[in-house]
Design a protein around this ligand. Structure first.
Ligand code: CA
Length: 223
């Protein structure tokens, strides 16, 4: 299992990332301090670091400099302001592997995290199984971003794929609309939106109506 270090002082965003990572099967550790974050990155055993630029003590660039200065090559994804091209350039030049402009959906961040973890991974049988997720005759393939239903390939949109993935990772559990919204649409979603119901309908149409059970007043469950 991969362990991810989150260095972010905004608790809402840090919590949103940690929650999403947990649902996706990762373990994470969060710190709001750049100084602590750099020390953890250097002395801890992390597979990837999500690093915010704006931190209360030292900024993300300084953290990156300390980490890389100690020869730590762990992949770093920086969280930058949407408008700041300078931040992105500085981050990549400073040794970041990727950047994620704020605001972002968890799905986007997860895709980048997976990509970074995979490019580090050895292509063995483990990597093979890490590219697919399956449950009850339903298979999701990360490379082709498609689903296989009882042996037949089905195309999915990015959102449909992310939603299907959330269901597969939590098969048999009831997932509330709120959980599905924050995991697939990110922290910028409108809580009153019916987008989850719409997309569950799409998935039912593509992957089989009977797989997605409506649990009245609570949410949905993959059977
Ligand atoms: Ca911040």
């Amino acid at each position: 299992m991969s362990t991810i270090l989150i260095i972010e002082d905004e608790s809402r965003i840090a919590g949103f990332i940690a929650k999403g990572l947990k649902a996706a099967g990762f373990t994470s550790h969060t710190t709001s301090s750049g100084i602590d974050g750099a020390a953890l990155a250097i002395h801890g055993d992390f597979d990837l670091i999500v690093l915010d630029v704006g931190l209360p003590d030292i900024d993300g660039f300084e953290v990156l400099e300390r980490i890389r200065g100690q020869g730590v090559a762990v992949p770093v994804i920086m969280l930058t302001a949407r408008s700041s091209v300078e931040d992105r350039v500085a981050g990549l030049e400073g040794g970041a592997d990727d950047y994620m402009p704020k605001p972002f959906s968890f799905e986007e961040l997860l895709a980048r995290i997976r990509l970074r973890l995979r490019s580090d991974a050895v292509p063995t049988a483990t990597a093979q199984s890490a590219t697919q997720l399956s449950h009850g005759g339903l298979v999701l393939d990360y490379r082709s971003r498609r689903a296989q239903v009882d042996g037949v390939w089905v195309d999915l949109s990015a959102r449909e794929f992310a939603l299907a993935e959330t269901f597969l990772r939590n098969a048999g559990q009831v997932l509330s609309r709120e959980q599905l919204l924050s995991s697939v649409w990110g922290f910028d979603h409108d809580p009153g939106s019916n987008v989850v119901d719409v997309y569950v309908r799409y998935l039912r149409g593509k992957l089989g109506r009977e797989r997605f059970e409506t649990v009245r007043g609570m949410g949905y469950r993959l059977i």
